[in-house]
Design a binder for this molecule. Structure first.
Ligand code: THU
Length: 160
């Protein structure tokens, strides 16, 4: 018998320590929380992506009285970006959140379903996505793509 040790690398920093290119995407995600429709959870999530060609697209969580019909900010953003700019690779994704008390101090990580969609997007454009999780006190930067948050992931490779 043997074992596998699965490790992930995450950079921890304040928003001011981020490079300007990243800060721009983070600011877009923070701003996008204002467009969230979160009447049930009161948890407003914003996301922003930088596409190749330096196009920034934002989205937010959109809830529904039939709860599972709603969608997270990350998927709203990625699906919108990919449907409007199908030829542009997603290079950077930033996520920010606030609740009724304001912005969260620590970053929120994407849910499992969003991770799966991020993985598919990386595969689709053959480009790892730099993921920046914003928190008012500290940010997490996943520099090498979603694999760091998704060891042993299932993708189209298994269907071949
Ligand atoms: N939510 C997101 O938009 N992204 C996440 O990464 C986690 C959760 C949304 C879904 C729902 O509208 C609300 O936050 C509470 O779960």
């Amino acid at each position: 018998m043997k074992e596998m040790i699965l490790q992930s690398r995450v950079v921890v920093c304040t928003v001011d320590e981020l490079p300007a290119m990243d800060r721009e995407v983070v600011e877009a995600a923070r701003k996008a929380t204002a467009n969230s429709y979160a009447v049930y959870s009161k948890f407003n999530v914003g996301a922003a992506v930088r596409l190749s060609g330096d196009i920034i697209v934002t989205g937010s969580n959109q809830e529904n009285a039939a709860y599972p019909s709603g969608l997270c900010a990350e998927r709203t953003t990625l699906f919108w970006a990919n449907s409007q700019y199908p030829d542009k690779a997603v290079e950077v994704l930033a996520i920010a959140a606030r609740n009724e008390h304001g912005e969260l101090d620590t970053p929120i990580p994407p849910c499992g379903a969003c991770r799966q969609v991020i993985l598919e997007t990386e595969k689709r454009y053959n480009t790892p996505i730099r993921i920046i999780l914003y928190g008012a006190k500290e940010c997490y930067v996943i520099e090498d793509g979603i694999k760091a948050l998704m060891p042993l992931s299932f993708d189209s490779g298994f269907l071949e």
